[in-house]
Design a protein around this ligand. Structure first.
Ligand SMILES: Nc1ncnc2c1ncn2[C@@H]1O[C@H](COP(=O)(O)OP(=O)(O)O)[C@@H](O)[C@H]1O
Ligand SMILES: [Mg+2]
Length: 134
């Protein structure tokens, strides 16, 4: 596996979420991702970036374009140093929200990508890594 290119995009305000979507769209296009997969990925980015902003108090989206012959992937990590998620199982339940959302962001994002990893602990922040392969 080789990392072809990488970078970091900050997520603090609403406009950053819009820019994160645009960046993901651009990167997925560079990867040669099919439109249907690109659309799924961008939807996942919306949800995760918004969680980073709303629940995590802001953070970053790290991105990597990965070559792993014969496939290419886009890997995105949403990370914050917010309160973390005390009960991951609950948070990964369809319809559960601690706020006023629909509670479908994490579970929805998981379904829309190939790999989904959630690493969090109370007081340690949250890190969600997703990968979509071409
Ligand atoms: N980055 C985060 N930091 C802390 N808590 C989070 C984070 N992302 C998600 N959560 C918790 O997981 C719950 C479920 O998230 P999600 O499925 O996106 O639903 P919603 O955003 O509608 O609440 C949130 O209500 C919140 O309690
Ligand atoms: Mg959400």
């Amino acid at each position: 596996m080789t990392v072809r290119s990488s970078g970091t995009h900050p997520i603090h305000i609403e406009q950053d979420v819009v820019l994160a979507r645009q960046l993901a769209r651009k990167l997925a296009t560079e990867c040669g991702m099919r439109l249907i997969d690109l659309t799924k990925l961008v939807t996942a980015v919306s949800e995760l970036a918004r969680n980073t902003m709303v629940y995590g108090g802001g953070g970053d989206m790290d991105w990597q374009i990965i070559d792993e012959n014969p496939r290419t992937g886009l890997r995105l990590t949403f990370r914050d140093e917010g309160p973390g998620i005390p009960d991951v199982k609950l948070a990964m339940t369809d319809g559960w929200t601690s706020g006023s959302g629909l509670g479908l962001g994490l579970t929805g994002a998981k379904r829309l990508v190939d790999d989904f990893e959630l690493d969090t602990a109370p007081g340690k922040g949250t890190r969600v890594t997703i990968t979509r392969w071409t």
